[in-house]
Design a protein around this ligand. Sequence first.
Ligand code: SAM
Length: 284
Amino acid sequence: MNLCRIEDIKLLLKRHGFRFSKSLGQNFLIEDWVPARTAEESGANADSVVLEIGPGIGPLTQELAKRAKCVLAVELDRSLLPVLEETMTEFNNVEIISADVMKLDLKQICRERAENTDYIVCANLPYNITTPVIVKLMESNCFSSITVMIQKEVAARICAKAGTSDYGAFSVFCQYYADCEILYDVPPEAFYPAPRVMSSVVRMVTRDTPPVSVENPELFFRVVRAAFAQRRKTLLNALHANFGSEYSKEELGDILESCSLSKSIRGERLEIESFAQLAKKLQK
Ligand code: SAM
């Protein structure tokens, strides 16, 4: 059975009485070059344990299983479990975890299995949890790389450079944790049912150390969020809206000047280094 052939998929799903759930972001791949290339680009090899989120009927799972030591595939939709049991029969290195990835303790899952193993993530993510799941994966600090298919516009935000319209708090967040790169686009016709938007595959190779030295990450990300919370405002006004109870506007203006930043600059122009410098100066 070819898991990317529309006729095979329809028969398989019919046999299992499966109904698509829009709220679970169920758009299944129907172009076989996509799972093959995505698995290849993830770098999965005989030493890696791959976490896949949302295997669906398993086209990417199969490609990963051919390359990796082991695949841990987390699927929320219980009605897909019997389907996966059928499509994974020839692979003995695939473990299906029936759960909501957002509720899983990822550190525990990785600890339970094997230490000193290279854990990576590869997935065609459900669009409704794209941002929170990426945040969770990054903050878990468990994975050396995260290769995911997501909406093209989110991929553009993740990889955006300072000063562009896509650049925002999420760009700084992802680039703080990882070296991020868009690999290729995937058109709506590559999915069944077809989504309304283009998708992109993005690879985030997590960093051993952040690109800037940050003493207090919580404060650093508070500054970043404050700077982008009101994009039309100047950085000074945006910071004042968030830090107003701790600093007067004049003090904030002096802090900007001490970082060689103009009082009229907007937050979106700041490189990650400037955010780190600002956070350092705002530390009481
Ligand atoms: N990997 C398959 C493919 O490429 O054809 C399916 C990808 S489909 C875009 C997303 C999958 O994620 C669906 O199988 C859906 O049931 C599953 N899913 C949705 N929310 C989830 C969650 N919170 N935890 C785990 N799986 C989830």
